[in-house]
Design a protein around this ligand. Sequence first.
Ligand code: NZQ
Ligand code: ZN
Length: 387
Amino acid sequence: MNNFTFHNPVRVYFGDDKLQELPDLVKEFGSKVLLVYGKSSIKRMGLYDKVVDLLQSNNIDIVELSGIDPNPRIESVREGGELCKKHDIDLVLAVGGGSVIDAAKGIASAALYDGDPWDFYSYKVQSEGALPIGTILTLSATGSEMNRGSVVTNLKTKQKHGWGSPYTYPKFSILDPRNTFTVNQHQTGCGIVDSLTHVYEFYFSKNDNYLNNRICEAIMKTVIHYGPQAIDNPENYEARANLMFGSTLALNGLTGFSNTWDGFNHTTEHVLSAYYDIAHADGLAILGPHWMNYILDESNVQKFKEFAINVWEVEDRGTDMEIAKRGIQAVFDFYQSIHMPTQLSNVNIDDKEFDEIASYATRYGESVGRFKELSKDDVLQILINAK
Ligand code: NZQ
Ligand code: ZN
């Protein structure tokens, strides 16, 4: 086991009716919130009314910022930061999925910064503080509710960058599985793939650790078990609950306390989304199994065999390589069974920008990925295989 420091300060309030805790939680930080949300889902499902009623009946003032896009834009972060300054906001309250929460983290940081918040996402400056952030999660996917990461897109520069600071951990997150009953088939599939990818980007680690691997397997098996049930029956509480906390645990530090993050899938996917504005997990579903096929070789076949048997319950029969390949095929089959794309053509992406995408994915050096270091040419080949 590698040395590590584990620190996660987010307070999670999980379960039915946990929303009732909201006024007391907000009051720990003040009496004026910036309520940040997306386009229309929280109004359609009745959550907006519940949140507003609870806040108003407890004398908490509300300023609103709505319309946060999936793949949130830097423009929303700028606007939110200005609203916080203008209205002397005490807490930024995100009600939504990862995009809304990520935008809220940028907004809370922009509120205490005089420059352009894109400076954070382009790594020009590190922030020196942020307003407190609270979240009410409505979509199980990113883990943003229990981590410090914030991914924001600058469409003008074709950049989608992840950033975070010690101040961008939410102070509290309210997770009621019922708030995910209205998530449609595609977004549920996206959440399943995003959670699985978060975990396997730590599972495929060169110096992996036994306990870390078993934690990863438990989360992946849970998501694989309950994902299809949530798709078939969107109001299955137990399925939604397992997906919800599974996706939270997938990226809150627990899956990578000792194992190292590979990073190929997320780094390359963020470039794809920046160019084509596709859903994050559509990109991940396409890249993941093609990446596995490309990197599998004699040096890592044991790890893929472990993945096949322990996660996908592939029969321990035949050569190691045959078992490993059947495991990768199981990933393809599972993604297709939950109606997720596995080829770029499924989301109307052709090969025009492949060269630029491969260059940008390897911008931090000669390669991307740690489990297997991949050059620009390798990335290009994976994109071609995924065409
Ligand atoms: O805008 P509204 O109307 O709210 O609709 C949203 C949106 O269209 C809808 N939705 C959310 N909750 C719903 C619902 N529809 C019905 N019922 C509900 N209860 O779902 C759509 C997608 O929402 P979004 O927030 O974009 O999805 P997700 O949670 O998957 O977030 C994706 C973003 O997070 C980033 C991604 O790159 C992407 O930008 N990530 C953030 C990470 C982090 N902070 O740690 C890590 C991830 O790897 C990821 O990169
Ligand atoms: Zn992700």
